[in-house]
Ligand binder design. Sequence first.
Ligand code: FES
Ligand code: FES
Length: 156
Amino acid sequence: MSLPIKVKINGAMREATIEPRLLLVHFIRETLGLTGTHIGCDTTNCGACTVLLNGKAVKSCTVLAAQADGGEVMTVEGLAQNGKLHPIQEGFWEKHGLQCGFCTPGMMMTTYALLKKNPNPSEEDIRWAISGNLCRCTGYVNIVKAVQYAAEKMQS
Ligand code: FES
Ligand code: FES
């Protein structure tokens, strides 16, 4: 069985015919070719696949592509505008918030959702927000600093 869907991704409307069991993360990576969204575990554990679905951060390995039909998705590719890094991307760059970088796209999308809701988060708020995003190569200190940098920049 195939299912036609329409999804707005990073501001552009995309249409595709998919199998109903296709996961959103595979739709994003394989059907649309947006490989910035990573797969770390496939079990809702690591958060590497985090994207925004209708403004909410979701782990796209646990959402069916069909559930995004008629909706809006934002991936890490949607952060930079006109060749200019988003303050969140700048924060990870400036504060060395990554080592291997595999977790970074998911971290950044979680950060985006956090700062939309809470533009001035405390360190505790940040740590709580990113608790569903695992990074195995840093101690989170610089990731927290990156989020704080972005929060300040976005408010100025
Ligand atoms: S790949 Fe989705 S949470 Fe790990
Ligand atoms: S920077 Fe390597 S897992 Fe996060």
